[in-house]
Write a protein that binds this ligand. Structure first.
Ligand code: FE
Length: 209
């Protein structure tokens, strides 16, 4: 059975939007939150943070070998070095950074729900919460990545990382060619959210003929 009509969603008790609304109402009623605080969190992670923090982390790792080593060793502490910490529910307490290489491609999912490192990437994209992505990326990662336009060569292993309330993952993409002279800000500008989830690569600068 499908719910094709928007008005159905408003009354479907399994609808995430309705459940979120119910939770907000309950927390406000119990005096634990104000509607203004909820709005502030949404604005913070939806508009202000975006994926920029994650891009800064990636760019730093590309230019600073010692930072890269610390990032792969202890993600939470390395992110905090750049002033990035927190997020709702202590979700940055255990950040694990997984590195792409010529032999390995990493991709992140939350099979259970939609756990995601908000402090690094902002709010998760809609497809990340889609049940089809959450189940298929585990069973047939190469096929799903192909649908995102990413063909991973047979020689490369694909590793799928399942996020949880305890552990959040960030993919450290490979630095693209043609960026040798780039400073950190220029590098960060190349790094899109999708590359840090692992459904895309980072492309180098457009080549001008
Ligand atoms: Fe989740």
């Amino acid at each position: 059975m499908s719910h094709d009509h928007d008005h159905d969603h408003d009354h479907d008790p399994s609808s995430p939007a309705l459940r979120a609304e119910a939770l907000e109402a309950l927390l406000v009623e119990k005096g634990l939150l104000t509607p203004e605080e909820v709005d502030a969190v949404l604005t913070q992670y939806g508009e202000r943070v975006g994926p920029l923090n994650g891009a800064r982390v990636v760019a730093r790792a590309w230019v600073d070998e010692a930072y890269r080593a610390r990032l792969l060793e202890e993600g939470t502490a390395a992110a905090a070095e750049l002033g990035i910490k927190g997020g709702p529910g202590g979700q940055m307490e255990r950040l694990v950074v997984v590195e792409n290489s010529p032999s390995v491609h990493n991709v992140v999912v939350c099979t259970l729900c939609s756990c995601y490192p908000w402090a690094l990437l902002g709010l998760p994209p809609r497809w990340y919460k889609d049940p089809a992505y959450r189940s298929r990326i585990v069973r047939e990662p190469r096929a799903v990545l192909r649908e995102f336009g990413l063909e991973v060569s047979k020689e490369k292993a694909v590793r799928v990382w399942d996020s949880s309330a305890e552990v959040r993952y960030l993919v450290l993409p490979e630095r693209p060619e043609g960026t040798e002279g780039f400073d950190e800000d220029a590098l960060a500008a190349l790094v899109a959210r999708e590359a840090m989830i692992g459904v895309a690569l980072v492309s180098g600068p457009a080549v001008t003929p």
